[in-house]
Design a protein around this ligand. Structure first.
Ligand code: MD3
Ligand code: FE
Length: 203
């Protein structure tokens, strides 16, 4: 484990360069296997617009959205169960989120060229005392985090391939988003793009 002292961005703990190149390559292989079993899709927002970020999940639950709202589902929209969360991903959670139960969901977010994620709170989980863990792979992304109110001041930070962020305590319900991705800034993926994995205890 590198960088045992994380940097603090409004209560989010950012472990810069947590995963070395080998670990990133191994993780990417596991993500490709998830995507082979549970293809990426663009969730439809409650407002009827497809999200620019493509998604899929592993674990007991996957995150899903359509016109009826945001929620967790035990099945991929094509009707199949989600694949198991790979051990390589589970190990990162167990390394950092010691003493917390194993996560039920590994959400895979895929950002290509112009994809972004607007400011939002993560509120579909039962218990906000459990942390959320995020792993970045591929192109750099400008991450923004604010406070509990949409209009609270924000701080931004570039997340790079191999960075891990742990969101717990007061930051768990903070507004956050991805403003933009620096196209082609990483050579990890075959084509340009960014993958973000988020691990969550759902119920
Ligand atoms: C700060 N994903 O999937 S991960 C999401 O990079 C999501 O794809 C972004 O926001 C991404 O919901 C950011 C880092 C993250 C995750 C959850 C948080 C930051 C957070 C919850 C509260 C505050
Ligand atoms: Fe989020």
């Amino acid at each position: 484990m590198t960088n045992v002292t994380p940097l603090n961005l409004k209560g989010c703990h950012v472990y810069k360069g947590y995963l070395n190149k080998d670990a990133q390559v191994h993780l990417l292989q596991d993500v490709r296997e998830i995507v082979a079993q549970a293809p990426l899709f663009s969730p439809i927002t409650p407002w009827g617009k497809p999200m620019s970020v493509q998604m899929t999940s592993a674990g007991k639950y996957g995150w899903y959205s359509d016109r009826s709202g945001y929620r967790y589902s035990e099945k991929h929209p094509r009707g199949t169960k989600w694949p198991a969360i790979p051990v390589s991903i589970m190990e990162i959670w167990r390394d950092i989120c010691t003493n917390f139960p194993d996560p039920h969901c590994c959400l895979v977010n895929f950002y290509k060229e112009s994809a972004k994620m607007g400011m939002h709170q993560d509120k579909n989980e039962q218990d906000y005392t459990y942390p959320v863990l995020s792993i970045s792979l591929g192109d750099d992304a400008l991450f923004r985090v604010g406070g509990l109110n949409r209009n609270d001041p924000t701080e931004s930070l570039w997340l790079s391939s191999g960075d891990v962020v742990v969101i717990g305590g007061e930051s768990r319900l903070a507004y956050h988003g991805i403003d933009r991705v620096k196209h082609g800034s990483s050579q990890l993926l075959k084509a340009a793009g960014r993958i973000n994995l988020t691990l969550r205890v759902v119920d």
